[in-house]
Design a binder for this molecule. Structure first.
Ligand code: E4P
Length: 214
């Protein structure tokens, strides 16, 4: 399973990249706005770290606008995946961009039928937002189960990118269901490595080691 960071912070990305557990990055307009920097400058810096998959979202709402933006974004670096919204215009743009060889991440997906359409137009990734579904009383992980099943039934190559992840249980459940990727905030990725018994155990080992004759 691939682990992505859902951030536009170069500092956060560099930290996880250097540890060696990062497979990719997803950004969105809200995350980019937090950084207060030019989008393209950020993308260039993130890609220069060597991260092999960096999703960059278009903000145009018509197919033509998405095509112009998507083509410009993909030229920035070979690691760029163009993110398009799950709308009729987004589907049309995805079909054209994918046919041109651009890897597209269809975002803002909240139903299995939307995911089916993303696969049919040739999206490389589909991004179901599970946390936002949980927030309104729907079981986000159930959507992942449905999409994984549908893609298996028809051997769609589109990868399921579990998005809007809020805590480590989301990551574990997504992995158990066989999702291809989970993208998460820095704080969630940090928690994946943590366990209080690890800290207690390490402290005890180090204390006992002091008693070993040197
Ligand atoms: C996915 O690509 C999105 O950037 C993201 O996961 C949205 O998460 P949020 O619901 O925490 O904003």
């Amino acid at each position: 399973m691939k682990l992505f960071l859902d951030t536009a912070s170069v500092k956060e990305i560099r930290t996880m990249w250097e540890i060696g557990i990062l497979d990719g990055v997803t950004t969105n307009p809200s995350l980019v706005a937090k950084e207060g920097r030019k989008f393209e400058d950020l993308l260039r810096e993130i890609c220069a770290l060597g991260v092999p998959s960096v999703s960059a979202e278009v903000v145009g709402t018509t197919t033509d606008q998405m095509l112009v933006e998507g083509r410009r974004l993909r030229e920035i670096h070979p690691s760029i995946y163009v993110k398009t919204p799950m709308t009729p215009d987004g589907l049309r743009a995805t079909k054209i961009l994918a046919a041109e060889g651009t890897r597209v991440n269809m975002t803002l997906v909240f139903s299995a039928n939307q995911a089916l359409l993303a696969a049919k137009v040739g999206a490389a990734y589909v991004s179901p937002f599970i946390g936002r579904l949980d927030d309104q009383g729907q079981d986000g992980m159930e959507l992942i189960r449905e999409i994984v099943q549908i893609y298996r039934n028809y051997h769609f190559p589109t990868q399921v990118l579990v998005a809007s992840v809020r805590h480590p249980i989301h990551v574990m459940d997504a992995a158990k269901l066989g999702a291809d990727i989970a993208t998460m905030p820095y704080a969630v990725m940090e928690k994946l490595a943590q366990h209080p018994l690890t800290d207690i155990g390490l402290a005890r080992f180090l204390k006992d080691w002091e008693k070993v004759p040197k």
